[in-house]
Design a protein around this ligand. Structure first.
Ligand SMILES: *[C@@H]1O[C@H](CO)[C@@H](O)[C@H](O)[C@H]1NC(C)=O
Length: 165
């Protein structure tokens, strides 16, 4: 992930998310772990259309990323893959939005459904809702998993999000 040159989000933002959660089924809760990469493409390039569109423009530029403003909102339909390469096996889409909800920090509120279209959870979704402090120096950033459908019905837990290894 490149930053510091005002180009953040002009590039593909590749984030690995690993979800650890507890699925509350009919009987005893079971634990499940999923890992995938989310390709957030704001600027299209040949052969790769944008998967994030800005639908609202704020007023106040953010101190650490003046090309972004407090109040900017993006709607996303990002590819989820098994590996960091966009050409690796597709596992689904991340559909939802993020809003730059801090006036001083690069701290979008991510509100997204992970719609799984392959693998053992094909047809299921996981809902993630939380503050994603994208320039934080920590190795992983925690985002709450607030629910799921299908085989992941009732899932709760944590999504750890971080830049590509
Ligand atoms: C996922 O499920 C849908 C609906 O059942 C099916 O059409 C599709 O082939 C499945 N995809 C994979 C990769 O298994």
């Amino acid at each position: 992930m490149k930053h510091g040159n005002g180009m953040l989000l002009q590039l593909a933002l590749l984030i690995s998310l690993s979800l650890a959660g507890v699925v509350v089924g009919g009987s005893a809760p079971t634990s499940t772990h999923l890992r995938f990469y989310m390709h957030d493409l704001v600027t299209p390039y040949p052969g790769a259309p944008a998967t994030a569109v800005r639908v609202a423009r704020g007023v106040t530029p953010l101190p650490t990323a003046p090309n972004l403003r407090f109040g900017d909102m993006f709607v996303i339909d990002d590819l989820l893959t098994e590996g960091p390469d966009a050409a690796s096996r597709a596992l689904g889409r991340a559909q939802g939005s993020y809003v730059f909800a801090s006036q001083t920090e690069l701290a979008p509120l991510l509100c997204v459904n992970m719609v799984l279209t392959a693998g053992p959870h094909n047809g299921s979704t996981v809902a993630v809702l939380g503050r994603d402090l994208i320039l934080d120096k920590v190795d992983v950033r925690e985002l709450p998993v607030v629910g799921g459908t299908g085989t992941l019905r009732g899932v709760t837990g944590m999504a750890s999000s971080g830049p590509t290894p």
